[in-house]
Structures are given as structure tokens and as C-alpha cells.
Design a protein around this ligand. Structure first.
Ligand SMILES: Cc1ncc(COP(=O)(O)O)c(C=O)c1O
Length: 389
């Protein structure tokens, strides 16, 4: 527990333990407010947020344009069924087509759901059910997406699943050996997030594209974490120039509100028939208004370029000032490999007003809002230096 937890925080922590199924290992702070790259807890303490809702709050907490769009839309139309046309959904699909170069969108509510949609579409199009995924992958926790998520501790208690064949990431030869004429799709993250911020060699995704072509299998790029400027490009796929058959998006898609999107290329976008897939809340008017506003903010404020520049700055400052095993990443998706268990660092940083998290036992992950400034980066590097000493 950090410092003096106030009575309201203590009461809420007790109520949480009594009323919420205990699936999360939470930090002992009650967050009540956010702005830009900062959040405040119920005791009035300020934190620099280098977790950002785990790569969700890319335009910063409570971005004024997103807040305004939500306010306006909330007073006009919040929800209707997908039985009817709604304008924001259609405008957003069109915007995403232009940004991704893909053909059509399917809207849902989370990353795992976008992966589910992708797996279903891949089955429908290929008539095959086998999947190939990478060791250290993360694609979600629903039964379908869990089958392609690597960590055995996540998967094994829920067997049997439709388990993917797992191959080492960034290894063309292993992928070539695993893909067969029964493979429906190969699913890969352009940069592995939960698996430890692993950046593949430049040719890897191109090789994966070729292997999929050779076996008529689909290539699914899971851009749930890498999307919307996180890696210093609009989408992680742009670093390799590879076009997937299906792309999955979520996290930063709607300025902090829950939105998942599956984008399909022209060759597969006609694969679903009416009634094949659906989501009650998917692409509702409120969420899509927030998404359009968030995308507008990324464009106006040049946040993709900023992610690239600030990411380079963050990595170089970390390398210059800290003695760690490795600093890696692309844009503002940064991993710091440590010799020690990183839970201690996360707890110490929290006490010093910096939010960080671990992707694996030894990898500290930094995915701050893309609006983060140099002074804020300097502060976090200084705090980390103090802790590591
Ligand atoms: C690459 C990737 N895919 C899928 C997911 C699952 O997203 P969600 O938690 O929104 O279901 C995540 C979540 O961290 C992710 O990083």
C-alpha cells in the first residue's frame, strides 16, 4: 500500500474486494480525474501517466475535442440498433478506410471482439479453422482470441480451446514450417505489446505475407495496441509496407471510449453474409462521434509525428541515463528490459507520482499519451534513475 491511503480510498478498496470478481491485481490508488498526460487520485496526488489506460488515452485524458464531441452527441442520440443506419458510423468507416488502405469495417467494442470477428471471417472465407500465432503473442481473453494468446497460464485453465500453433516471433523459417494448406490465418502483432515490446526485423512481416500467399491463408495483423500513431506511424504495418487481409483495432480508437474495429481488405470484405456476425453496441453514434473527434485531434496536432519524435527522445534518454539490459520499441511504445523483477520499480514509481506497468516479469512498458512533452519524459527518466540506483 502506498503512503497514507485516505479513508474514502480505503473504503472503496474494501467495497471493491467485496463486490467485484477479483481478476485484477490493482495498484492501491483511486483515480478521479485526468488531463493530458496526468491523472489525480482521491487524495489529490498527481501522477504522470505512462500507462495511459494501457495505450488507450493516446490523445491524452479528457481531450477537449473528444469531450465536446461526446457532450454534443450525448444530447442528440446515444444508441440505436444496427438495424438502422447512423451517420457517425458510416463517416468513421470511411475515415478508417482512408487511414488504413483497407476496404471495409466491422464495428464492435473491444480488442478481443475485433480478433473474434477476424477469426470468424477467416474461417468463413477459407473454410479452414487452424490458426498460427507467435510465441509471446497477446490477442485477448475471450475463448476464441485466447486460443491465439501465448501465455500458457492464461490458456490452460480454460482448455479445450481452438489453440493456435505457436511459433517463435520474428522467425520466417519457423513460420514457413508451421503454415499448411489447413491454415486459415496467421495472426501477428506488428510489434508485440503484452509479450514484452518486441520489434521484429524489417523483413519479417513481408515474409509472413509471402508465406500466407503461398498457402492461401489469410494474414491478420492485430493492431489493437500499435494502432492510431502509437508506433510513430498511423499503423504498425506501415513500418513494413505490408498489407494484411484483416486488421484488428481497438484501444486508442475512440479517445478513451470502448470501440473495436475489424478492417477487411477487398479480397475478403465480402466474406460475411448478412446475419453472419453482429454486435448490439458496435459502432454506436456516441462512440463513433468520440472516435471521429480523437482521429481529428491526432491529425490536427500531428500526434503521429510527435509519437515518433518523442519515442526517439524517450528511448535515447533512457539509454543515456539508466543502466538497464535493453531499451527497445517504436514511437511511444517502449519497453525497458531490466535485470530485476519490475514489480518493485512499478511500486516505487507510483510512490513518486509516475504510473508504469510491466509486460512481463522483467520488462517495464511505457505507452504514454502521444501528447506527452519533453519535460514530462525527463521527469520520468529522472525518477527511474533514482529508483534503479
Ligand atoms: C495486441 C492486442 N490484441 C488484443 C487485445 C485485447 O484487447 P481488449 O482488452 O480490448 O479485449 C490486446 C490488449 O491488450 C492487445 O494488446
Amino acid at each position: 500500500m502506498i503512503q497514507n491511503v485516505g479513508s474514502n480510498t480505503a473504503m472503496m478498496m474494501k467495497m471493491e474486494a467485496e463486490s467485484i470478481i477479483q481478476t485484477y491485481a490493482r495498484q492501491p490508488i483511486l483515480l478521479v480525474r485526468g488531463s493530458g498526460a496526468r491523472v489525480w487520485d482521491a487524495e489529490g496526488r498527481e501522477y504522470l501517466d505512462f500507462v495511459a489506460g494501457v495505450a488507450v488515452n493516446s490523445v491524452g485524458h479528457c481531450h477537449p475535442a473528444v469531450v465536446e464531441a461526446i457532450r454534443k452527441q450525448a444530447g442528440t442520440l446515444i444508441h440505436t440498433s444496427n438495424i438502422y443506419y447512423t451517420e457517425n458510423q458510416i463517416l468513421l468507416a470511411n475515415e478508417l478506410k482512408m487511414l488504413t488502405g483497407m476496404d471495409k469495417a466491422f464495428f464492435c467494442n473491444s480488442g478481443a471482439e475485433s480478433v473474434e470477428a477476424a477469426f470468424k471471417l477467416a474461417r468463413r472465407v477459407t473454410g479452414r479453422s487452424e490458426l498460427v500465432a507467435a510465441i509471446n503473442s497477446f490477442h485477448g481473453r475471450t475463448l476464441g482470441s485466447l486460443g491465439a494468446t501465448y501465455k500458457p497460464v492464461y490458456r490452460e485453465p480454460f482448455a479445450p480451446l481452438n489453440e493456435a500453433r505457436f511459433v517463435p516471433y520474428d522467425d520466417d523459417e519457423a513460420l514457413k514450417e508451421a503454415v499448411t494448406k489447413d491454415t486459415s490465418a496467421v495472426v501477428l502483432e506488428p510489434v508485440q505489446g503484452e509479450g514484452g515490446v518486441n520489434v521484429p526485423r524489417p523483413g519479417y512481416l513481408r515474409a509472413a505475407r509471402q508465406i500466407c500467399n503461398d498457402y492461401d491463408a489469410l494474414l491478420i495483423l492485430d493492431e489493437v495496441q500499435t494502432g492510431f500513431g502509437r508506433t510513430g506511424r498511423w499503423f504498425g504495418k506501415e513500418h513494413s509496407g505490408v498489407m494484411p487481409d484483416i486488421m484488428t483495432l481497438a484501444k486508442a480508437a475512440a479517445g478513451g471510449l470502448p470501440l473495436g474495429v475489424m478492417m477487411a481488405a477487398e479480397s475478403v470484405s465480402g466474406g460475411f453474409q448478412k446475419g453472419d456476425h453482429a454486435s448490439t453496441f458496435g459502432g454506436g453514434p456516441l462512440i463513433c462521434a468520440a472516435s471521429l473527434a480523437a482521429i481529428g485531434a491526432i491529425e490536427r496536432e500531428d500526434l503521429v509525428k510527435r509519437s515518433d519524435e518523442m519515442g526517439r527522445y524517450l528511448r535515447s534518454e533512457l539509454r543515456k541515463n539508466l543502466e538497464v539490459e535493453e531499451v527497445r520499441g517504436l514511437g511511444l511504445m517502449v519497453g525497458v528490459e531490466l535485470e530485476e523483477d519490475c514489480a518493485r520499480i512499478v511500486n516505487e514509481a507510483l510512490k513518486k507520482g509516475v504510473l508504469l506497468n510491466c509486460t512481463s516479469e522483467h520488462v517495464l512498458r511505457m505507452v504514454p499519451p502521444l501528447v506527452v512533452g519533453r519535460e514530462e519524459i525527463d521527469h520520468v527518466v529522472r525518477v527511474l534513475g533514482e529508483i534503479l540506483e
